[in-house]
Write a protein that binds this ligand. Structure first.
Ligand code: 5GP
Ligand code: ZN
Length: 112
Protein backbone atom coordinates (compact mmCIF):
# COMPACT_ATOMS: atom_id res chain seq x y z
CA UNK A 1 0.00 0.00 0.00
CA UNK A 2 1.34 3.39 -0.99
CA UNK A 3 0.75 5.16 2.34
CA UNK A 4 3.41 7.47 3.74
CA UNK A 5 2.34 6.95 7.36
CA UNK A 6 2.34 3.15 6.97
CA UNK A 7 5.92 3.50 5.68
CA UNK A 8 6.82 5.66 8.68
CA UNK A 9 5.28 3.07 11.07
CA UNK A 10 7.20 0.20 9.43
CA UNK A 11 10.40 2.30 9.44
CA UNK A 12 11.08 2.50 5.71
CA UNK A 13 10.62 6.29 5.94
CA UNK A 14 12.44 7.85 8.92
CA UNK A 15 10.57 9.82 11.57
CA UNK A 16 11.22 11.48 14.92
CA UNK A 17 9.34 9.04 17.14
CA UNK A 18 7.94 10.36 20.42
CA UNK A 19 5.77 7.41 21.50
CA UNK A 20 4.98 3.84 20.47
CA UNK A 21 2.91 1.00 21.86
CA UNK A 22 1.22 -2.11 20.49
CA UNK A 23 -1.32 -0.22 18.38
CA UNK A 24 -0.19 3.44 18.36
CA UNK A 25 2.75 5.33 16.82
CA UNK A 26 3.49 9.04 17.37
CA UNK A 27 6.10 11.24 15.70
CA UNK A 28 6.94 14.88 15.09
CA UNK A 29 5.21 16.62 12.18
CA UNK A 30 7.73 17.43 9.44
CA UNK A 31 6.19 20.91 9.04
CA UNK A 32 5.38 22.00 12.61
CA UNK A 33 2.61 24.57 13.10
CA UNK A 34 3.43 25.07 16.80
CA UNK A 35 6.47 24.52 19.05
CA UNK A 36 5.08 21.06 19.78
CA UNK A 37 3.39 19.37 16.82
CA UNK A 38 3.05 15.61 17.12
CA UNK A 39 1.05 13.26 14.90
CA UNK A 40 -0.56 10.25 16.61
CA UNK A 41 -1.62 7.42 14.32
CA UNK A 42 -3.02 3.91 14.60
CA UNK A 43 -0.58 1.24 13.39
CA UNK A 44 -3.49 -0.32 11.55
CA UNK A 45 -4.23 1.59 8.34
CA UNK A 46 -7.54 3.43 8.42
CA UNK A 47 -7.94 6.12 5.77
CA UNK A 48 -9.73 8.60 8.01
CA UNK A 49 -12.23 9.01 10.85
CA UNK A 50 -14.89 7.84 8.37
CA UNK A 51 -13.49 4.29 8.59
CA UNK A 52 -13.78 4.04 12.39
CA UNK A 53 -16.41 1.49 13.40
CA UNK A 54 -17.41 -1.03 16.08
CA UNK A 55 -14.78 -3.53 14.94
CA UNK A 56 -11.73 -1.23 14.89
CA UNK A 57 -12.41 1.61 17.34
CA UNK A 58 -10.16 0.15 20.05
CA UNK A 59 -7.20 1.75 18.25
CA UNK A 60 -8.84 5.14 18.68
CA UNK A 61 -9.28 4.49 22.40
CA UNK A 62 -5.60 3.53 22.53
CA UNK A 63 -4.69 6.80 20.78
CA UNK A 64 -6.69 8.77 23.33
CA UNK A 65 -4.96 6.93 26.17
CA UNK A 66 -1.60 7.81 24.62
CA UNK A 67 -2.34 11.51 24.02
CA UNK A 68 -2.16 12.69 27.66
CA UNK A 69 1.03 10.66 28.17
CA UNK A 70 2.59 12.31 25.11
CA UNK A 71 1.38 15.76 26.21
CA UNK A 72 2.94 15.27 29.65
CA UNK A 73 6.21 14.01 28.14
CA UNK A 74 6.29 17.07 25.86
CA UNK A 75 5.77 19.39 28.84
CA UNK A 76 2.39 20.72 27.72
CA UNK A 77 1.34 21.73 31.22
CA UNK A 78 -0.69 24.73 30.06
CA UNK A 79 -2.89 22.89 27.56
CA UNK A 80 -2.88 21.71 23.99
CA UNK A 81 -5.16 21.09 21.02
CA UNK A 82 -6.02 17.79 19.31
CA UNK A 83 -7.22 17.91 15.68
CA UNK A 84 -8.11 15.26 13.12
CA UNK A 85 -8.82 16.45 9.60
CA UNK A 86 -11.29 14.18 7.80
CA UNK A 87 -11.80 14.49 4.05
CA UNK A 88 -11.68 17.24 1.48
CA UNK A 89 -13.44 20.07 3.33
CA UNK A 90 -11.08 19.61 6.29
CA UNK A 91 -8.03 19.57 3.94
CA UNK A 92 -6.90 16.08 4.97
CA UNK A 93 -3.71 15.54 2.97
CA UNK A 94 -2.49 12.16 4.25
CA UNK A 95 -5.09 9.41 3.95
CA UNK A 96 -4.11 7.53 7.10
CA UNK A 97 -6.10 8.46 10.21
CA UNK A 98 -4.05 10.81 12.39
CA UNK A 99 -4.49 13.17 15.30
CA UNK A 100 -2.43 16.35 15.53
CA UNK A 101 -1.30 17.40 19.02
CA UNK A 102 -0.48 21.11 18.96
CA UNK A 103 0.90 23.09 21.86
CA UNK A 104 3.75 24.95 23.42
CA UNK A 105 2.23 28.38 22.73
CA UNK A 106 -1.12 30.16 22.96
CA UNK A 107 -2.99 28.86 19.91
CA UNK A 108 -5.40 31.00 17.87
CA UNK A 109 -8.97 30.73 19.15
CA UNK A 110 -10.44 30.60 15.63
CA UNK A 111 -10.31 27.17 13.95
CA UNK A 112 -11.87 28.16 10.62
P1 5GP B 1 -3.38 16.56 7.41
O1 5GP B 1 -3.34 17.82 6.60
O2 5GP B 1 -3.63 15.34 6.54
O3 5GP B 1 -4.29 16.64 8.58
O4 5GP B 1 -1.94 16.44 8.04
C1 5GP B 1 -0.89 15.72 7.49
C2 5GP B 1 0.35 16.14 8.22
O5 5GP B 1 1.37 15.23 7.93
C3 5GP B 1 0.86 17.54 7.84
O6 5GP B 1 0.88 18.37 8.99
C4 5GP B 1 2.25 17.27 7.28
O7 5GP B 1 3.19 18.24 7.64
C5 5GP B 1 2.60 15.91 7.87
N1 5GP B 1 3.48 15.11 7.05
C6 5GP B 1 3.32 14.83 5.73
N2 5GP B 1 4.32 14.03 5.30
C7 5GP B 1 5.11 13.79 6.38
C8 5GP B 1 6.30 13.03 6.57
O8 5GP B 1 6.85 12.40 5.66
N3 5GP B 1 6.83 13.01 7.83
C9 5GP B 1 6.27 13.70 8.86
N4 5GP B 1 6.88 13.61 10.04
N5 5GP B 1 5.14 14.41 8.72
C10 5GP B 1 4.57 14.47 7.50
ZN1 ZN C 1 -1.43 3.92 6.13
Amino acid sequence: MDCIFCKIIEGSIPSAKVYEDESVYAFRDINPMAPVHVLVVPKKHLASMDEVNEENSECVAAIFRAIPKIAAAEGLKNGYRVISNCGEDACQTVKHLHFHILGGKKLPDQMA
